[in-house]
Design a protein around this ligand. Structure first.
Ligand SMILES: [Zn+2]
Length: 281
C-alpha cells in the first residue's frame, strides 16, 4: 500500500518523467476510475492535447498540472490502497490490471493499474483544487509543514485516541499507514496503545522528531516495497527502505535498540502492529 514516502517518490518521478509531455491519446479501460466524469469520453476529451506540467502532492493525492503548474488545472490521481503508476514504452504489452493509459506525443505511456474501487483519476479546475486543498489543510504533512513540536502536542492533547490509530488517521497526519506508523512509534520509543493526551513534553518531542526522521529517510530511500502486492515506483522498481525497517514484520527478531525480541500484536479489524515490549512505553 502506498504511504506518504511512496506517494512522494512517485511525485518526484512524475515531475521528471512526464512533466512537459503532451497527451496524444487517452484510453480508459475501467470506467469506474473516472467516475467523477460524465463518461470516459468526457474525461479523455478534456485531457487530449494538454501538456502535463509540474507534479505536486496533496496528502496522498498526486496532482499533475495541465498546461502549467497544478494550481489552476490538474489531473488528480488517487491511488487508493493498491494502485500503481507505470511509465512504459507505448509498445510494451498492456497489463490486464491496467485501468487507464495516457500516451504522449514524444513516445511513452503513463499507465494506471490496480486502482480498485477506491482509486480514481479526475480533472480538476481551480475551484475543485481549492476545495481539495481545504480538505487536506487540517492534516499534518510531515514533508510540507514545518510544524513545531508544541503544536503537535496541542493537537495530540485535543484528541483522546490510541497513538497508532491517531497516526493512521488521514485527518491527523497525511499518508501514514501500518508500516510507517509502527516505525515512527518505535523510533519515538512509544507504544501503539498510548493515549494521545497522555504524553509528556519530552515524549511529544520524541514523537515529533520520529515522524520527521522516519518519513524523510524513507523518501530519501524511495519508499518501501513489502507485502503480497508490494508498491513499485514509476519504473516498476522497488523502494530501498526495507533494510531500514526497525519493527515492521520483524517479530521475533531482536530490537535494534535493546535486543529484546520484537512482538507482533493482533488488533481489531484484522490489523497487526509490531513493537518492542521493552523500550516502547
Ligand atoms: Zn527495544
Amino acid at each position: 500500500m502506498p504511504e506518504l514516502p511512496e506517494v512522494e517518490t512517485l511525485r518526484q518521478d512524475l515531475d521528471k518523467e512526464v512533466g512537459g509531455r503532451k497527451v496524444k491519446a487517452v484510453e480508459v479501460r475501467a470506467a469506474k476510475v473516472v467516475r467523477r466524469h460524465r463518461n470516459r469520453k468526457e474525461f479523455s476529451d478534456r485531457l487530449l492535447g494538454r501538456k502535463l506540467g509540474t507534479a505536486a502532492r496533496l496528502g496522498n493525492l498526486l496532482l499533475i498540472g495541465l498546461d502549467g503548474g497544478p494550481e489552476t488545472a490538474a489531473l488528480v490521481i488517487d491511488l487508493g490502497p493498491g494502485g500503481r503508476l507505470l511509465k512504459q514504452r507505448s509498445a510494451a504489452p498492456v497489463d490486464r490490471q491496467t485501468d487507464a493509459v495516457l500516451s504522449f506525443s514524444v513516445g511513452g505511456d503513463l499507465r494506471a493499474l490496480d486502482l480498485g474501487d477506491q482509486g480514481e483519476l479526475f480533472l480538476a479546475g481551480q475551484e475543485e483544487l481549492e476545495e481539495l486543498a481545504e480538505r487536506w489543510r487540517a492534516a499534518i504533512d510531515p514533508l510540507a509543514d514545518a510544524l513545531a513540536w508544541q503544536a503537535l502536542g496541542a493537537r495530540l492533547g485535543a484528541r483522546q485516541e490510541k497513538l497508532r490509530a491517531l497516526l493512521m488517521d488521514p485527518a491527523f497526519v497525511a499518508g501514514i499507514g501500518p508500516v510507517y506508523a509502527d516505525e515512527i512509534l518505535w523510533s519515538g520509543g512509544l507504544r501503539w496503545d498510548r493515549d494521545s493526551d497522555s504524553l509528556t513534553a519530552q515524549e511529544v518531542r520524541r514523537l515529533h522528531r520520529a515522524i520527521q526522521e522516519v518519513v524523510q529517510e524513507a523518501v530519501r530511500l524511495r519508499g518501501v516495497s513489502v507485502g503480497d502486492t508490494p508498491w513499485l515506483d514509476l519504473h516498476g522498481g522497488k523502494g530501498e527502505f526495507e533494510p531500514q525497517l526497525s519493527v515492521y514484520q520483524r517479530d521475533g527478531q531482536p530490537c535494534r535498540r535493546c535486543r529484546t525480541p520484537l512482538v507482533l500484536e493482533r488488533l481489531q479489524r484484522g490489523q497487526t502492529t509490531y513493537y518492542c515490549p521493552k523500550c516502547q512505553s
